[in-house]
Design a protein around this ligand. Structure first.
Ligand code: ASP
Length: 314
């Protein structure tokens, strides 16, 4: 049987090591393992990379510990605005949604956009109208209300206020506002795919959209090069067109997956102050999970039995 593999992330830098407890760490690891298993079950029975990344991301969206779907962060107005995208490396088909709410699994909506609409990127009310038409599952506001996330919004707002008042000098660490989930996979047929889903950044304003639903920035897949799902400070990832840049470095410069990922994450992004990381896979089953932040929830599983789950640098 041909090889298969999956790699996932649950966001970069969301929890500083100093704030991590044993219980919390166990909870995150369990969530990551369950998502890996969901994808791996599909891949091991001959299913597609596309099905595997959707299944893994759905698991993470359903887990309130991660900033996507149920566990999404709050906007400045105390609402939830979700973004997601998916791409099939086999045919370069892609689907994405932004600024949606009350959709239980945004990644499935992104996939429906890819497969059942004539478009690639839908936003807000229109995207939700399409979701209704596609009979996707909706969930009430209460489903998305996680107290810890709301508290994070209050902290972020307070921090903004203090900054505006110029009342803070010296050692002021901004609260982390980030988090996202994503997956990349290779199936036994040699196809790769990528998917990403997020609530964006805590306290986001004015309909802000990050990199996660932007094809080429937060997500990209091409059988000829790689599949990538990013997490980090979206503004920098958009400006660096991170996922497509890695693919281009492989395609035009002949770099390996590792060389291309290292170049973008440890050099180009660092140079402009872009914090975060990504998971990447190529059609040979090579996996990379680089990050330049303090940590990145991540994991991978290969058909040869190799498995890894981690949060901070090893
Ligand atoms: N990239 C996401 C965004 O900017 C957030 C994250 O991955 O932490 O919306």
């Amino acid at each position: 049987m041909s090889q298969f593999a999956i790699a996932i992330h649950g966001g970069a830098g969301a929890i500083p090591r100093s704030g991590m407890t044993t219980e919390k760490e166990a909870e995150y690891r369990k969530g990551l393992e369950e998502a890996l298993l969901a994808g791996n079950t599909i891949l091991s029975s001959g299913g597609s990379a596309l099905d595997a990344v959707e299944a893994a991301v759905k698991k993470l969206e359903d887990d309130p510990a991660f900033n996507a779907g149920r566990g999404a962060v709050f906007t400045n107005k105390g609402t939830i605005e979700l973004d997601s995208s998916i791409m099939d490396g086999k045919n370069l088909m892609a689907g994405a949604v932004t600024g949606i709410k009350n959709i239980k699994n945004p990644v499935s909506l992104a996939r429906a956009v890819m497969e059942k609409s004539e478009h690639v990127f839908l936003s807000g009310l229109g995207a939700m109208e399409f979701a209704e038409k596609m009979q996707l599952e909706f969930a009430p506001d209460e489903y998305f209300f996680i107290q810890e996330r709301y508290d994070q919004l209050l902290v972020a707002k307070e921090y903004d206020k203090v900054i505006l008042d110029h009342a803070v000098t010296g050692n002021n660490n901004p609260p982390s506002k980030k988090g996202t989930v994503g997956a990349v996979a290779l199936d036994i047929h040699g196809n790769i795919a990528a998917a990403t889903s997020t609530g964006g950044m805590t306290n986001k304003k004015f309909g802000r959209v990050g990199d996660s639903p932007v094809i080429g920035a937060g997500t990209y897949a091409n059988n000829a090069t790689c599949a990538i799902s990013c997490t980090g400070h979206g503004e920098f990832f958009i400006r660096s067109v991170v996922a497509h840049d890695i693919s281009c470095l492989m395609e035009y410069k002949g770099l390996t997956l590792k060389e291309a990922c290292d170049n973008v994450v440890y050099q180009k992004l660092v140079k402009i102050g872009g914090e975060g990381g990504l998971v990447a896979i190529d059609a040979k089953g090579n996996i990379e999970m680089p990050f330049n932040s303090e940590g990145m929830f991540r994991g991978m599983k290969k058909s040869n039995g190799e498995m890894y789950v981690g949060i901070y640098p090893d």
